[in-house]
Ligand binder design. Structure first.
Ligand SMILES: [Fe+2]
Length: 217
């Protein structure tokens, strides 16, 4: 007779725990890590001269870093991680992550604010914009099909925990192809933030939008 535990041992993964270190903005015990410098964000910001000036000051500085616990990339599994973003502005525009839509576009995401003040900037394939402001202890829901990017609108590092289905993947090109996201999060001149139109934005075709929304697996 076959041992029923043999099949189980192949199927099961071990539970785990990681500690969110807010001071360092890292997930202790992370299995994966990547970092972005300002040089990695060429073409993202509207004010090219301000970008080049900041690049000279911040050459090599990590502007955001992601540490994650990635047990697998299997359907049905989950990736948990922490993002830490420096505060700052390029001209009037607050520091942002590159942003993406999930390669499997119908996958959602959760963000939990640990410290700092952030805004999630979301864009539907058809070009609708939403902003979700968050701070410590906020839980944010990113529904399927939304392009999403994080913005640090505060004076301090922004640290947040996230979780998403392990087979989501990230498509960064969708933003590049449209000349950026439709809106930018900018300083309102009164200590807060507001959204401004991105003049370089090129809407997606109806065919492209339909193809994205047709994803079901
Ligand atoms: Fe995502």
């Amino acid at each position: 007779m076959s041992d029923p535990m043999t099949g189980e041992r192949k199927r099961m993964r071990e539970p785990g725990t990681c500690v969110v270190d807010i001071a360092s903005g890292e997930l202790t015990g992370a299995t994966n890590r990547y970092a972005k410098t300002l040089a990695d964000l060429a073409g993202v910001y509207e004010d090219e001269a301000a970008y080049r000036a900041m690049l000279e000051k911040m050459a090599g500085t990590v502007v955001y870093e992601v540490t994650s616990y990635t047990p697998s990339n299997d359907a049905g599994d989950m990736i948990i991680g922490v993002t830490r973003m420096l505060p700052g502005k390029i001209g009037r525009e607050f520091f942002v992550t590159r942003g993406h839509i999930h390669a499997r576009a119908n996958r959602p995401e959760m963000y939990y604010g640990e410290s700092g003040r952030g805004v999630l900037l979301l864009e539907s394939p058809g070009g609708d914009i939403r902003t979700v402001a968050f701070g410590p202890r906020s839980v944010c829901y990113v529904p399927p099909f939304w392009i999403h990017r994080t913005v640090n609108v505060g004076p301090d590092p922004l640290v947040m925990t996230f979780a998403y289905p392990a087979d989501s993947g990230q498509d960064y090109d969708i933003i590049v192809k449209s000349g950026g996201m439709r809106s930018r999060v900018v300083d309102d001149g009164k200590g807060g933030w507001t959204v401004a139109d991105n003049a370089a934005y090129r809407p997606r075709s109806a065919e492209t939008v339909a193809a994205i929304l047709a994803q079901t697996e």
